[in-house]
Design a protein. Structure first.
Length: 303
């Protein structure tokens, strides 16, 4: 009789309480677990030409690392998960530490587990996406950060290849991600690969090169941008970037910034008609006709 079979029989004769009392957690190596936060907001960009009006843009919160590894490079805010807290509790704790914000929109994005993604040890990271109204935000650099700042994001398609085979196709893309905060520019080249073979679809994403962006955070940022642009089409996620009351023009601008394209005002207002309600108040503006203020419709089912 082999050893594993004998061990199974011994376990069958134990109660669960006896089994847990003798269980050795050292039988298996345990990777470290972290949470990484993607905090998006819409802010007015700093213009180098003072005559130009500041333009609003989608921006991401980054921190400059104050310790090794990647000392001095920029990374997503985050940290290690404690043994006595859940993933979401860790994410909210880190969010509060890094930004001073509580009780804001937060959703789990993806779990990243490449073996060599962190030079210190085996680290699995669960990323979370947060959307906030910039008027409520005050930056606070965390314990392992020397600086925190907002970065505008731009992505450019560098190369695309498609391979057709008898069972499906493979699409490979190389995308350049550029992050700027007005004084500093970060960049990365990321390769994405989508393979379709019959009913099986698989995707992969990897960082080919990075300048100033720590760990594998460039690919996490690209993934989050694509998820955000997809979700804005069929959910109310964009409203988390707005204050409690807003004009329809301001709301449309947010949709245009995220989607990267202009929208027809009449078509946009039809699209969101059942998502908003009038407040009966107006936004005053010197020299302009006052605009009606709206808020998210509380009676509409969340989507």
């Amino acid at each position: 009789m082999d050893g594993s079979r004998s061990d199974d029989q011994k376990h069958d004769q134990m109660s669960e309480q006896q089994f847990l009392a003798t269980y050795n957690v050292g039988d298996y190596e345990r990777p470290s677990v972290t949470v990484d936060m993607l905090v998006f907001t819409i802010r007015n960009e700093t213009q180098s030409n003072y005559r130009k009006l500041a333009e609003p843009a989608l921006q991401l919160l980054m921190i400059r690392r104050g310790g090794h590894p990647y000392l001095g490079q920029w990374a997503l805010p985050g940290g290690f998960v404690s043994m006595d807290e859940s993933l979401e509790e860790a994410a909210r704790r880190e969010l509060s530490t890094e930004t001073g914000l509580d009780n804001i929109y937060l959703e789990q994005l993806y779990t990243w587990g490449d073996v060599h993604r962190d030079p210190r040890t085996r680290v699995i990271s669960c990323s979370y996406m947060a959307l906030v109204d910039s008027s409520e935000l005050e930056l606070e650099a965390g314990d392992d950060a020397s600086e925190a700042d907002w970065f505008r994001m731009e992505q450019r398609l560098v190369e695309e290849k498609r391979h057709i085979h008898k069972h499906g196709r493979i699409t490979e893309r190389r995308i350049q991600l550029i992050l700027t905060n007005g004084t500093e520019e970060l960049s990365a080249v990321i390769e994405t690969k989508e393979s379709i073979a019959g009913r099986v679809r698989s995707n992969s994403i990897r960082v080919m090169e990075a300048q100033g962006i720590a760990f594998d955070h460039a690919k996490i940022i690209l993934y989050a941008l694509e998820r955000l642009r997809s979700k804005v089409e069929y959910t109310d996620i964009a409203f988390n970037l707005m204050p409690d009351t807003f004009t329809l023009t301001a709301l449309q601008k947010v949709y245009e910034i995220i989607g990267g394209k202009k929208l027809l005002a009449a078509a946009f207002r039809r699209k969101i008609a059942d998502r908003v309600v009038e407040t009966g108040e107006y936004a005053g503006s010197a020299g302009h006709r006052p605009s009606r203020l709206y808020r998210l419709n509380p009676d509409r089912p969340a989507i």
